[in-house]
Design a protein around this ligand. Structure first.
Ligand SMILES: NC(=O)c1ccc[n+]([C@@H]2O[C@H](COP(=O)([O-])OP(=O)(O)OC[C@H]3O[C@@H](n4cnc5c(N)ncnc54)[C@H](OP(=O)(O)O)[C@@H]3O)[C@@H](O)[C@H]2O)c1
Length: 262
């Protein structure tokens, strides 16, 4: 069987014995992260709505000798998040525990405050902010009890440097950045690390879901050259998880070299 590109040639098993939950694992950054953490030895719980997709990612991991468990659900629903955590704790191959949670599921929205489709505002906040914060809170309570662990939240460069062109979406990422830093301060004394990863432009299904077009997006980034693949973010996440327990990389921003803005 051909090896998935993302898992070729990586042999360092520094996450052996750890169990990681990755939300939004059916596509883009989440899929690349799940494959990369599995290659580093973690048992990985994959979460997203499209069950066929996460089942395929799980079988790719298993074909490489890794451990993976696909749990389908909606990351904007607190009851689905509760189910994800319950099922993780009853997954024997994962050791009936978890050590790492990558809070990645999210979506964008084309258009400025004036022009974005406000019928999508609530759904976007329910996923990017409420669902993400709920998962972070549940994970933090659990990891405090274990006195160690990692919560990695996926923010955005537009969650630090606002752009008028994606201000509504960007505001949700400002919110998750604030929640991540507040949580970090709350849990750090318990040995739990919280990291915020802020990607620049990554080519994935994100652009289509957000409704980006030539007019509202692509013509503004023409000059930026080669954009990021999801693997660049997965590698950044993997790197911060390799740090010794007393070192918390609390924020990283990863942009395409040619991305001058935002
Ligand atoms: N791409 C970029 O340029 C960029 C830049 C900065 C930050 N980000 C952030 O990075 C994260 C991942 O984005 P991506 O680029 O990898 O996008 P993507 O390819 O569209 O992946 C999004 C993932 O989120 C999942 N998802 C969406 N809505 C969900 C819901 N209601 N419940 C459960 N899962 C849901 C999708 O799975 P299902 O559809 O199967 O549910 C998919 O696995 C997002 O938080 C995004 O805001 C992306």
């Amino acid at each position: 069987m051909t090896k998935p590109k993302e898992v070729e040639g990586k042999t360092n098993k520094f996450l052996s014995g750890k169990t990681a939950i990755v939300t939004g694992a059916s596509s883009g950054i989440g899929r690349a992260t799940a494959l990369t953490l599995a290659q580093a030895g973690a048992a990985v719980v994959l979460h997203a709505r499209r069950k066929d997709r996460i089942t395929k990612v799980a079988s790719d991991i298993q074909a490489q000798g890794g451990r993976a468990y696909a749990v389908a659900g909606d990351a904007s629903s607190v009851s689905d998040i509760d189910k994800l955590l319950e099922r993780t704790l009853s997954w024997k191959e994962g050791g009936g525990k978890y050590d790492i949670v990558v809070v990645n599921a999210g979506r964008g929205l084309a258009g400025s405050t004036l022009l974005s489709d406000n019928s999508q505002w609530q759904e976007l906040y329910q996923l990017n902010v409420i669902g993400a914060a709920y998962l972070m809170r549940c994970a933090a309570k659990y990891l405090i009890g274990r006195k160690s662990g990692d919560i990695v939240a996926i923010g955005s460069v537009v969650g630090r440097n606002i752009s008028p062109f994606s201000a509504f979406y960007g505001s949700s990422k400002f919110a998750i950045g604030a929640i991540a830093e507040g949580l970090r301060q709350e849990v750090c004394a318990h040995g739990v690390r919280v990291s915020l990863v802020m990607p620049g432009i990554v080519i994935s299904e994100f652009q289509k879901v957000a409704g980006y077009s030539e007019e509202n997006f692509y013509k503004g980034i023409d000059h930026m050259g080669k954009l990021l693949e999801p693997q660049a973010i997965a590698d950044g996440i993997c790197w911060l998880l390799t740090q010794p327990p007393h070192v918390n990389v609390s924020e990283i921003m990863i942009r395409p070299t040619g991305q001058n803005y935002p």
